[in-house]
Design a protein around this ligand. Structure first.
Ligand code: HEC
Length: 385
């Protein structure tokens, strides 16, 4: 009998020591507590400027898991709690990262706002386990209502078409690609050179030249839908009327048309500015890190998959997988200086396209996105190695 209880004690001691040893060993597997880069300009609070009270609630109750500005508590040094915690942060960011708000397409922003007030209304967010150690995140009924009101208000504001009466993009110029600007300036120069032209045949020829440039503009345009809409709002008249120069047979009419086109195009630079363009490093390609090149190759494999008809969810899943690769590329990038900026220029349109694919709603839209993503991915090897 005595012997048995002694055996049991020894055994328990062994188990205890074993557990202790495991606990010690797992402390070496530390979580990565480095936050991803948070660009203040892109942050939800910067973008939507909520009242102070709302800002505080968001930061206290949501930002630890839904932003790139996580503050880790002391026990985040203790495994296995640290793992569990990191998991929440990763999952939380994946669902909604307030730090990347400006990168979300409008549709996604609207959807996320809806989810936000729903989560609070249903008492699902902030996560219950978080409240044990973060009493400041516990929301009173009034605070919940305040947040729900704010999210709902924003949801409907975002869903409304915005009236741009000054023709600008929230007070700033629209960013357009360089090729378009070059072509517009070429048309302006052509018109200037021919201001004193009195030969109708030459003006008709000018009309052909301008029409060709306009076609080139259409092809060169690589920007976003809303920029194109704006280009048409401001200069659509020119696009429609300029080709009339080809057949015009009255010199007075020709002069006044040329003048009105020139005047209209002169306002171009008030509304549009050119973004930096992708270019080579002298004659050479930019040296990217291997992870980036691998990531792009993986994305090429993903985007080239066949999608059966009617499988719209397959496209969304594709978008999700592409976005994961992009995140990996971002987090493993060690490029510096101009090369880094060039990679950024290269990758931002991809980010935009892949986000759109993830939120895609029609098959037509999806297959256009698929083509454009493939095109953009194929461009990589022309500029980077
Ligand atoms: C402790 C971490 C944590 C905190 C704090 C937190 N969340 Fe979350 N949130 C998560 C995780 C993890 C998920 C994904 C899994 C899930 O839906 O439960 C998530 C999911 C969400 C989703 C997506 C839900 C869906 O329908 O898929 C929304 C929206 C959201 N959270 C909003 C909020 C808001 C708003 C706050 C602050 C009031 C908040 N969360 C606070 C961890 C957190």
């Amino acid at each position: 009998m005595k012997n048995d209880s002694l055996k049991l004690k020894v055994m328990l001691k062994k188990i205890g020591l074993g557990l202790l040893a495991i606990l010690v060993v797992i402390q070496f597997f530390r979580i990565d507590k480095e936050n991803p880069e948070a660009i203040p300009r892109k942050d939800f609070i910067t973008q939507t400027s909520p009242p102070e009270a709302i800002q505080k609630l968001l930061k206290n109750a949501c930002y630890d898991c839904h932003s790139s500005t996580t503050k880790y508590p002391w026990y985040s040094n203790v495994a296995p709690i640290s793992w569990w915690l990191k998991d929440h942060v990763n999952e939380g960011r994946e669902e909604l990262n307030f730090s990347n708000w400006a990168d979300y397409p409008l549709k996604k922003q609207i959807h996320k706002m809806e989810e936000c007030w729903e989560m609070i209304e249903e008492g699902e967010m902030p996560l219950e386990s978080y409240l044990i150690t973060h009493s400041e995140a516990e929301l009173t009924t009034e605070e919940k209502e305040l947040l729900i009101e704010w999210f709902k208000g924003l949801e409907s504001a975002l869903a409304e078409p915005t009236a741009e009466d000054d023709g600008l993009n929230n007070g700033k110029k629209w960013v357009i690609n360089n090729e378009v600007t070059v072509l517009v300036n070429q048309i302006i120069s052509l018109l200037k050179e021919n201001r004193n032209e009195t030969d109708l045949a030459k003006i008709n020829a000018l009309g052909i030249d301008i029409e060709n440039k306009l076609i080139e503009i259409g092809e060169a345009f690589d920007g976003k839908r809303n920029v194109l809409d704006q280009l048409n709002t401001i200069h659509g008249e020119v696009f429609l009327s300029a080709p009339n120069l080809k057949t015009i047979d009255n010199i007075e009419d020709a002069k006044s048309l040329m003048l009105s086109i020139e005047e209209n195009l002169n306002t171009y630079s008030n509304f549009f500015e050119t973004k930096k363009v992708l270019e080579l490093n002298g004659e050479q390609k930019w040296e990217a890190n291997p992870e980036t090149t691998e990531g792009i190759e993986k994305m090429l494999v993903i985007i080239s998959e066949d999608v059966e008809q009617g499988r719209i969810s397959h496209y969304a899943a594709m978008g999700e997988r592409l976005n994961i690769e992009i995140k990996t590329i971002f987090s493993s990038c060690t490029m510096k200086g101009e090369g880094h900026e060039q990679l950024h220029l290269y990758i931002m349109p991809l980010v935009d396209l892949c986000e759109k694919l993830e939120a895609v709603e029609t098959e037509d839209e999806a297959s256009v996105l698929q083509k454009n993503i493939l095109k953009r991915l194929n461009l990589y090897s022309q500029y980077f190695k």
